[in-house]
Design a protein around this ligand. Structure first.
Ligand code: SF4
Length: 339
C-alpha cells in the first residue's frame, strides 16, 4: 500500500504532521444555499451561518497545534495546515486568499496546506487561487466524493451528485495541487460491486490520493439516531477488511492512501466500535495482502483515456454557491478579528 506517512517521508525527508484548523467556515449543505440539515453523518450543529472566518483564531490554532505536536513527537520535520471541518472553500475568494496565505506563512516549518471541501464548491476562481498557492507550497484539495452512486449521495443528504465530482476533478487536474478523494464504504444499499465501481473511478478520474472511511455513526446526527433505533447497521469488521483490500487492489499503485478507516472520539462514537482500533486494522490489511499475494493496484486496469488528457469542462458550480464565493464581497468581521 502506498501509505501517506511513507510518501511524506520520501518527499520531505522526515516526519510531517497535520495540524487541524477550524477556521469558522460553514457549509452550503447546512446554510440553505443547496440544502439544510447537512449530511446525515455530519455533526454540523456548530456550523451556523453566522460563523465567520477569523484570522487571529487561525493563527492561534496553528501555533498551539504545532506546540502540541512537538510535545508528542520529538522528531517532526514539518507541518501541514489542515483546514478540516465544514466546507473550507466556501467564502469570498479574497478572504480565502488571505486565510490560506496566512496559514502557509505563519511558521517556517509549515510545508503546505490541506483543504477539505465539497465537489460543488470549487468555482474556477477558487481553483485559480489554489493553483497559485501550489506554486510555492504543497497543497492538497480533499473532495468529499463519498460514492459514485447518486442514490447513495441522496441517502446521505449530500445535496450534490457524482456529476459535480467529475466536473470538479476535471477542472482541478494539471493545476499542480494534489487531489484527494474522500470515500465511504458500507453505505446501506451499496453492494460489493457498487463499491468496486467507486474504486475503479479513482483511477479513471486520475485522483492523486484517497481517504477511505467506513461509515460510522456519532451522537447528535440523523445517522446516529437511526443506528440507535436499529434502523441502520454498520459494516462488520471482517466485511470491511475484505472490502477495503478488494478496493485497494483496484486503485492505481501510485495513488497515495491517506486513510484506511474513519473514527470519532469514543465519547461521541456510537458504532462501529471496532474502528477505534486503527493500528490493529492496519496490521490486518498488511496480513490480508500477504495472504492473497497481492498489493495495491494488483487488479487495477488502466483507463482507456489517460486522465491527464481528459477535456476541461465548463464550471458547473451551482449558482447559489457561486454567488457566495464570487459576489458576496469581503466580510467586515475579518478585519475586526485581525486587529
Ligand atoms: S458537506 Fe461536509 S461539512 Fe457539509 S454537512 Fe456534509 S459532511 Fe458536513
Amino acid at each position: 500500500m502506498n501509505s501517506f506517512g511513507a510518501f511524506l517521508k520520501r518527499k520531505h525527508g522526515g516526519r510531517i504532521q497535520r495540524v487541524s484548523i477550524d477556521a469558522g467556515f460553514t457549509c452550503p449543505n447546512v446554510d440553505g444555499a443547496v440544502a439544510k440539515g447537512g449530511c446525515n453523518f455530519c455533526d454540523n450543529r456548530s456550523f451556523s451561518p453566522s460563523r465567520r472566518v477569523r484570522l487571529q483564531k487561525v493563527a492561534d490554532q496553528l501555533r498551539q497545534g504545532i506546540e502540541t505536536v512537538r510535545r508528542r513527537y520529538s522528531k517532526v520535520s514539518g507541518f501541514i495546515a489542515y483546514f478540516q471541518p465544514a466546507t473550507n472553500t466556501y467564502a469570498p475568494v479574497e478572504q480565502l486568499e488571505e486565510i490560506f496565505e496566512l496559514a502557509v506563512s505563519i511558521h517556517p516549518e509549515i510545508v503546505g496546506l490541506a483543504i477539505g471541501t465539497r465537489p460543488d464548491c470549487v468555482p474556477d476562481s477558487v481553483l485559480t487561487l489554489i493553483e497559485r498557492l501550489a506554486k510555492t507550497s504543497d497543497v492538497s484539495v480533499e473532495y468529499g466524493m463519498q460514492s459514485i452512486h447518486d442514490e447513495s449521495l441522496k441517502w446521505m443528504n449530500r445535496a450534490h451528485n457524482h456529476a459535480h465530482m467529475i466536473n470538479a476533478i476535471d477542472r482541478s487536474r494539471n493545476r499542480h495541487f494534489e487531489t484527494c478523494a474522500h470515500v465511504i464504504l458500507g453505505i446501506p444499499g451499496e453492494t460489493h460491486a457498487m463499491m468496486m465501481e467507486t474504486a475503479e473511478e479513482i483511477g479513471r478520474l486520475g485522483f492523486d490520493a484517497i481517504k477511505l472511511h467506513n461509515l460510522y455513526a456519532v451522537r447528535g446526527t440523523p445517522l446516529g439516531t437511526e443506528v440507535l433505533e436499529g434502523k441502520v447497521e454498520m459494516m462488520e469488521y471482517d466485511t470491511y477488511l475484505q472490502t477495503l483490500v478488494d478496493f485497494l487492489e483496484r486503485i492505481p499503485p501510485h495513488v497515495i492512501v491517506e486513510r484506511i478507516s474513519g473514527d470519532a472520539p469514543p465519547d461521541f462514537l456510537i458504532a462501529p466500535l471496532w474502528c477505534l482500533k486503527k493500528s490493529e486494522l492496519r496490521l490486518a490489511i498488511e496480513k490480508e495482502f500477504e495472504r492473497r499475494g497481492t498489493v495495491q493496484g494488483s487488479r487495477w486496469t488502466p483507463p482507456s483515456i489517460d486522465p491527464t488528457f481528459r477535456p476541461i469542462p465548463t464550471d458547473q458550480t451551482p449558482d447559489a454557491i457561486r454567488v457566495q464565493i464570487d459576489q458576496r464581497g469581503r466580510l467586515p468581521v475579518l478585519k475586526l478579528q485581525d486587529q
